[in-house]
Design a protein around this ligand. Structure first.
Ligand code: C5P
Length: 233
């Protein structure tokens, strides 16, 4: 059986903490990758730390969202980071922007996979109505998934709730679900949270987990996750 694929969100600006996360999350029963977002990437030593990581599975979560020309240039600016496997962009940037990013990314790093971010897991239906959306999140995400497919992106980032709909639209694409909580952990700012087991059942091909793993005793948290996933199979 394939090992469950888990991306650990290294949400910190502290390189020592990232080293601690990497050291304590190695587990033979999981395929583990490390996700770096704006907090770490924009911190004084973040970018160069990432550039020096070797033999790790790296996910750069920059959630690009700008006009096509600016996004293309941003991808060129990342061309020295050859060790990155995934980069995120907001699908809301539109089809033209997604196509431009995909085209340029192939030129600068042929191993780089582009993931389209749908409605953030920190938003609820009432939250998106305040922004002006009229449809339920599920319908917007389905639409976003089909745009990502048209742009030939490699995968979709969505909550576990929409994974089951996204997998019908985006067959053979990766589905990555954040908003994951181990049982008993608080939701914090996230609105659409789900357990790891349920998220995989709904069609996720990998999970992004931050606070449930990197807070407190990291090794213990990883063991708890492995146990939960083993009990499911
Ligand atoms: O701590 P927690 O597990 O909630 O962290 C989730 C991580 O996934 C954060 O790094 C966040 O930026 C990212 N993310 C998200 N929702 C999305 C896309 C990415 O929470 N829709």
């Amino acid at each position: 059986m394939k090992k469950p694929k888990i991306f650990i969100a290294c949400d910190t600006s502290n390189t020592k903490k990232v080293n601690r996360i990497i050291k304590n999350t190695k587990n033979v029963k999981l395929k583990v990758g490390y996700k770096f977002g704006l907090e770490f990437f924009l911190s004084p030593n973040g970018r160069s730390f990432i550039s020096k990581l070797k033999n790790e599975y790296i996910f750069l979560d920059l959630k690009l969202n700008d006009i096509p020309n600016t996004c293309e240039s941003a991808i060129y600016s990342l061309r020295d980071l050859k060790n990155i496997s995934y980069l995120t962009v907001h699908i809301n940037g539109g089809l033209e922007m997604l196509k431009s990013i995909k085209k340029v990314s192939k030129k600068v790093n042929k191993n780089l996979k582009i993931l389209g971010v749908t409605i953030l897991t920190s938003l609820s239906d009432s939250g998106i109505r305040k922004i002006g959306y009229k449809s339920p999140i599920k319908d917007i995400v389905k639409k976003q998934a089909s745009i990502a497919k048209s742009a030939k992106l490699d995968g979709i980032v969505c909550s576990g709730y929409e994974a089951k709909y996204v997998k019908k639209v985006c067959k053979n694409m990766e589905i990555i679900t954040p908003g994951i909580r181990l049982p008993g952990d608080s939701e914090g700012d996230q609105k659409r949270v789900m357990t790891p087991q349920k998220s995989f059942k709904n069609g996720a091909t990998s999970l992004v987990i931050g606070r449930s793993l990197i807070r407190g005793n990291i090794k213990k948290n990883i063991k708890k996750l492995v146990k939960l996933l083993e009990n499911e199979t």
